[in-house]
Design a protein around this ligand. Structure first.
Ligand SMILES: [Zn+2]
Ligand SMILES: [Zn+2]
Length: 374
């Protein structure tokens, strides 16, 4: 047992490799780890083998996944009986070797509402969630066991219409209890095709980590990555110091995440400020250019370095020469705009709202860009 623990600790401080694609530019000393931490396979009620989940994640260039099989629900049990509940993780973990993907051990504690469904990730033994008679532990015992194993625990789809008919995420006393005991660490604000502003509010008020997951059961390309709609699976980006499991798990416990869902970026203000700072830049071309017959109009380049469009509303006092105050910059592209500053300036502050960056219910991120004019 001691030896196993030693191996686990050693493994957790080894760097895992980076996926081939960079979704967002990150600041020096920070890594944005792309993660989908809620996935199913045939080992619960999904319809694919664990190795397919690994291949899908590699294809999507994701850094980290967790196969979170239901403890209480296995629809393929007759054909795939597996008393060892770690098998899904073991198969995926064995298959992924030397590939740029980390597979972390997880499970889904699946109860009627309230409580609801809860993922425990970074566990070391899913079999311990059963009693001597092989029955799943009741909710309180299961949450306790997850915490005993050092797991990061998050509430899945608190707004799921099967468990909350009005689609509103809200806390029952039992949820407040596990929050107060520090047994619950995160909450899904995005699950599959749904986004809950109420869950976002709960996350902000209770200092829970903001999570977005695919909760995929079928092939990923059937639910997402649909070319016609240009969707992709929801991802949680974990703002980690380095690419070790230890640092990534610390960042999760710390609440250092943001979500990419459709064209939205959702997260705490401080985290989205960091994303905006690194991925939205403005370059000045000065007043001396040939596009217009004037040396008093300023030419600017607005650059989007991320894979997500930037939907900007300029909120300052100046007017543009060719545009209104709304701009959309496509992924990894730039646009040129002309600003009427009236006086010739050496530097300038431009305030924007980023309409698709969400920091709270009904609230966009506001930022100010400082530009020195050449
Ligand atoms: Zn669930
Ligand atoms: Zn699930």
């Amino acid at each position: 047992m001691k030896k196993l623990k030693y191996i686990l600790i050693l493994f957790s401080i080894i760097n895992y490799a980076q996926g081939v694609k960079t979704f967002f530019e990150s600041p020096e000393g920070k890594h944005f780890i792309s993660a989908d931490l809620h996935i199913h396979t045939v080992f619960s009620d999904g319809s694919v083998w664990p190795t397919i989940r690994v291949d899908e994640a590699l294809k999507d260039s994701i850094d980290m996944i967790s196969l979170t099989e239901h403890l209480e629900y296995q629809s393929h049990l007759r054909d795939i009986p597996h008393p060892d509940r770690n098998r899904s993780f073991q198969i995926a973990g064995g298959y992924v070797k030397n590939q740029p993907l980390a597979v972390v051990h997880g499970t889904e504690i699946t109860k009627g509402m309230p409580p609801g469904h809860f993922n425990a990730i970074f566990i070391n033994d899913a079999n311990k969630f059963f009693d001597n008679e092989k029955k799943p532990l009741d909710f309180n015992k299961a949450i306790k066991e997850a915490n005993k194993q050092g797991a990061f625990v998050f509430w899945n789809h608190p707004h799921w219409e099967s468990q909350r008919r009005d689609g509103i995420a809200r806390l029952d006393p039992v949820h407040n209890e596990i929050i107060n005991k520090n047994y619950l660490h995160g909450i899904e604000v995005v699950n599959m095709s749904t986004f809950s502003e109420e869950a976002l509010q709960i996350a902000l008020e209770n200092d829970l980590t903001i999570m977005g997951t695919s909760d995929v059961h079928v092939l990923i390309d059937w639910d997402f990555n649909n070319e016609k709609e240009s969707y992709h699976r929801p991802l949680t980006f974990i703002i980690s110091e380095n690419r070790t499991l230890k640092s990534t798990s610390d960042a999760l416990f710390n609440g250092d995440t943001f979500i990419w869902f459709h064209d939205l970026i959702i997260g705490k203000e401080e985290n989205l400020k960091m994303v905006a700072h690194e991925n939205f830049s403005i370059k000045s071309h000065g007043y001396d250019f040939k596009d217009y017959n004037s040396k008093q109009i300023l030419k600017l380049e607005l650059i989007n370095s991320s894979v997500v469009p930037l939907k900007l509303r300029y909120t300052g006092e100046y007017n543009f020469h060719t545009e209104f105050n709304f701009f959309e910059i496509k992924p990894r592209s730039k646009i040129e705009v002309y600003l009427k500053t009236i006086k010739i300036l050496d530097n300038l502050e431009l305030p924007f709202e980023i309409l698709n960056y969400v920091i709270a219910p009904k609230t966009n991120l506001s930022i100010t860009k400082n530009i020195s004019i050449k």
